[in-house]
Structure formats: structure tokens, C-alpha cells
Design a protein around this ligand. Sequence first.
Ligand SMILES: [Zn+2]
Length: 300
Amino acid sequence: MRAASYPSTGIQPINRHKISTESPIETVFERLVNLIHVIWPVNHEVAAISVASAGPLNPKTGFIYDAPNIPGWKDFPLGDKLREIFPVPIFIGNDANLAAMGEWKYGNGIDHSDLIFLTISTGIGGGIICNNALMEGHNGLAAELGHITVQPDGLVCSCGKLGHLEALASGPAIVAYVRLSLLSGQTSTLHLDKEFSAYDVALAAKTGDQLAVRAYAHAGFYLGQALASLIHIFNPSIIILGGGVAQSGALLFEPMLEKMYASVMEPSYLQDLEIVPARLGDDAGLLGALALARQKLQNS
Ligand SMILES: [Zn+2]
């Protein structure tokens, strides 16, 4: 996990630090508290602490319903526990939602009032800026864009439900497509007896491996289908794509755009629509949390 302290304007940090989330002797929460102490700017007054966390979570209370990759963070009252220790306002948001907010305020989405952000890596997350505001939903659970159903009764998603976008277009989904195809007798430069990642599949595709090309085309097809639906609902002026899988370039984007264009019902939706990669990279969560804190402080 990473943390930084920022001045009241600008995005140049005063202090920043990064540590591994796991430790044999400390809980994740203890490590987080220590990390906040490390970056605490001793010569400045601290206006707020803002956290971009894995979820689902409730941003109004800072209650984590379930963060599957963080041990002990199921039904975990992160906001209340931080408030017991730090006497400043505490703001908490879903990491993908806040990455959308970071891109909107400080990245490639500046000056857009209607933005869709999608991050495609081990999972698929997202965030939506609609009419100049981050969409949170009634319980703060909005914009889980990886869990849109794109294939009824399709493959099992990490959430346990069937046919969600994440089960068809995430990094593990691309690897699974290749492995299943190899099991059914298709040939490739990738082999079942060796571990490989979505990045390895992209490298194989770039050397002409046709199964690897099809794996990305398959993922791109479902992404394009999901984006067309999102375009119909939100009519964005920009779609920003982040995460490692989105860095595969035309391999993913060409089939994605082909399906998206074919599925949009009216060309006006595509007028002025920009589709661009994310700019903030690993800092998306930090800058999103910064944007959230500044917005909350401004509104308070
Ligand atoms: Zn799902």
C-alpha cells in the first residue's frame, strides 16, 4: 500500500511512502496506521485523511463490506477505527471509483463532465462521473463495472455470479481462454505445462500466435459490448481505460472498438467521444483520494 501527504493545492506530495500490505507480525490496519504516521507532515496542520480502499464499501461511513484480498477486512469498520486514532475528518472511497475521480481532476479527464473509467487487470473495476459528480449510489456501491452481465449463464465470475464482464475480459479471463483452448486441442506457442500471464499472451500475440490474438479479441468483444451499454446509459464524452490489460494496445482496442461501434444504436452517441488510456498509473488511487478530500472539504 502507498500513502502520501499533499499541500492544500497542487499534486506534488510533501511526503510519500510505500510498504507491502502483508506482514507476519502486524495486521493490515496496524500497517496502515504506521504508514499514515510515516507520511504525516509534522510542520503542517492536517485537514483530513482520505483512503482509497478495495471494496465493496460504504463511502458514507467508511465501512468495508468485503475486501477479498485484504485479510480481516470483511465487515470491517475502517472509518470508525481510523477516527478513534486520528482527530481529523476521515474520507474513504472505493479504489476504482477514486481512480476515476483522480483521472477526472488531475489526469486525462480534466474538463469532462461525463466520464467513464474502467480499469482492467486482475479484476475489472470502474467509476463514473455523471454531470460533474462521482456516482456513488444509495449505499455507495455504484459503478461495479466489472460485474455487468455480458454473457447470460456464462463463465463464473470472481464474485460467484455467472457471465460478468470480469469473467470474460480480465487478465485471468484471457489466460483462462487460452488454457481452455489448449485443453480442447488448439495449438499455440503457449503451453499448458507452463504458467503464463495475460502479458505473456499479449507478447505471444505480437509474434503472430493466432490463439493469443483470439484470446484478446474475445476479451475485446465483451468489453465493447459492455461499453456500448454504458454509452447508452451515461452518454459520456470520454472513456478512460486503465490497468495492465488495457496497455496491450490495438490487440485489445481494435476488437473492442469494432464491437462497440457495431452495438451503439445511434451515431450521435459517438460524436466527440474520446477513448483514451489512463494517465495516472500507480498514483491513480492516491490522487483520487486527494481529489475526494479536497471536494469534501470544499463542500463542508
Ligand atoms: Zn462478478
